[in-house]
Design a protein around this ligand. Sequence first.
Ligand SMILES: Cc1ncc(C[n+]2csc(CCOP(=O)(O)OP(=O)(O)O)c2C)c(N)n1
Ligand SMILES: [Mg+2]
Length: 369
Amino acid sequence: MKLEVTRVIDDEGRVVHPEREPQLSADEMRRLYRTMLLVRILDERMMRLRMQGRMGFYLTSLGEEATHIGAAHALHDSDWIYPAYREIGAALFRGYPLSTFMCQLFGNSEDPVKGRQMPVHHSVRRLNFVSVSSPVGSHIPHAVGTAWAAKLQKSQDVALAFFGEGASSTPIFHVSANFAALYKVPAILLCRNNGWAISVPSSDQTATPTFAQKAIAYGMPGVLVDGNDILAMIHVVREAAERGRRGEGPTLIEARTYRRGAHSSSDDPSKYRDPAEPKEWERRDPIDRFLKYGTARGVFDVEFVAQTRQEINREIGEALVYAENRPPKPPLHSLFEDVYAEVPRHLREQAALLEAEIAKHGDKIPPHG
Ligand SMILES: Cc1ncc(C[n+]2csc(CCOP(=O)(O)OP(=O)(O)O)c2C)c(N)n1
Ligand SMILES: [Mg+2]
């Protein structure tokens, strides 16, 4: 079977499917462009900080910005987002403050997740941007469960799970897709097919030519989309969300994109892939394509781009200074919080013991292990 790749613009930003073109205001276009550029510049600067040893770990979204920022625009602010680790732009689009973003990377005293997660594993409760799960695919049933709850409560909310094509090889993806279609829940399963799962090419994940077509077996629509075309992303996610809100159940979307960077700061892709491959994808850069589209409409110009770049760099610099000047660790008592509504007796005793030991030995306490 052959699925069409949904597109609105071509690689030069020219509209090829006007009937699908979302009608965006100039302000909406500027916000979309700004958020994509923010993620791009953050990725460059944070990766450099990692290389300087100022931070423990980092993951970029280089070349994949349109997949999640387009999706975030297409949703209502109250809809639920269950991210993997390469979709931070969706939270930034919804208003995640850069200072909090930085504090999370350092796991410092103002990290909302209190240093318990790896860097880049953000949670933004007030934005319905749910905690990133490190075990790949493990958040997909959570999204489906949330969509089921929305259906039972007749709330009109939709839940979207982002995951990579590698995650589609986990058993839980299949269980979740089956359940979502069977119970007709308003879920969007958005597979970012970026070509690689660390060193494993996407061709090693499945015998089917597309991931989108798996939807047919579960009994839901399967949509293939150009993930580097932000307008196409908005179009298909909007349609999927509307189907969900009308009670027509879930949609599986495969967004075709490419991971131009390393898997993470701990990875070296020169060991397993031809460097010409990421170069080839630079021609289809999602930010450049949207810039050309917006420039042709008179919304963007050289001055706007230069000014936006300057503002972003200043804001990142300020957020960095803020985060690097916070107390470096969450308070000790936070170790004992959040598992129980009230800290039980045995944990209170352990906390008291720990504090007494620290008071006695100070910084001479040997590290754990
Ligand atoms: C269950 C599980 N297995 C293995 C890993 C190690 N791991 C982390 S990311 C990753 C690759 C995932 O690839 P994909 O789903 O395509 O997402 P991408 O990194 O390309 O965005 C793997 C194997 C993990 N975190 N969890
Ligand atoms: Mg992948």
